[in-house]
Write a new protein. Structure first.
Length: 245
């Protein structure tokens, strides 16, 4: 079981706040936490090389192995396990099609959660609708005025916050759907063709200006999401900090 958050583990003038971003990709989440925590040092871990990674340190390797070995050394841990084995790709006709061609995807949410629980540190597990993460918080690009919707859920370990209001969407996602073209204020930041977003459009829509890798841009979290999560974490600590002052 995750231990209660130590109120001393907050950004301070004495040392940087240590953040681990596991399954980090190019560091969209990393950039958001940098903005929220300010005096921090962020380490990214990913199974693939990430030459565009945004953080301070990068380790290529298995995220779960790294969490088990080093997770206790950090003050806060964010994880974004691969979403291909979650949500729509594993449901309905998609599941049947994948089974027919022998395509499988790793299911890493449960083992990631188990690893995080061994660290005693506050953590986040982020994933797509339909995944096995606990739905503590749902964020949407419209909450931040972004040109992507990209609904994502966040499971919070060792701390809590309040779900923010989900504003009404301003229209549709631009592109082809069921043979019909739709205009709209949002772009589809996944796949290729059919009116889906180009590299410049994804960079602008997500607020990511340090990479031009189309695949990794599609996979990356908008920094605004984790900036909000980081701010919510600090706000959750505020009552305890005030009582200890």
């Amino acid at each position: 079981m995750t231990q209660p958050t130590d109120i001393r583990r907050v950004p301070s003038t004495f040392r940087p706040f240590r953040v681990l971003d596991a399954y980090c990709c190019i560091g969209g989440g990393t950039e958001g936490y940098r903005r929220a925590f300010q005096n921090c040092r962020i380490t990214g871990v990913d199974i693939e090389p990430q030459p565009d990674y945004r953080g301070d340190d990068f380790h290529q390797g298995d995220a779960i192995t790294f969490i088990l070995a080093h997770g206790h050394e950090f003050d806060f841990i964010h994880t974004s396990p691969p979403c291909q084995g979650e949500g729509a790709p594993t449901k309905g006709t998609n599941a049947a099609r994948n089974a027919a061609i022998g395509r499988t995807y790793p299911r890493l949410i449960a083992p990631t959660r188990a690893a995080l629980e061994t660290t005693g540190r506050p953590y986040v597990i982020e994933n797509v609708p339909g995944s096995e993460v606990r739905k503590d918080v749902r964020l949407c690009g419209e909450m931040f005025g972004l040109a992507v919707l990209m609904h994502r859920y966040f499971e919070l370990g060792g701390w809590k916050t309040v779900q923010p209001v989900h504003p009404r969407h301003r229209g549709r996602v631009r592109g082809w759907r069921h043979g019909e073209w739709h205009e709209g204020p949002y772009v589809a930041a996944y796949g290729k063709g059919g009116g889906k977003a180009t590299v410049p459009e994804i960079r602008a829509a997500k607020g990511i200006d340090w990479s031009t890798d189309h695949l990794r841009l599609r996979e990356a979290l908008p920094p605004a999401y984790t900036e909000w999560i980081g701010g919510a974490y600090l706000a959750a600590l505020a009552p305890a900090l005030g009582a200890a002052a």
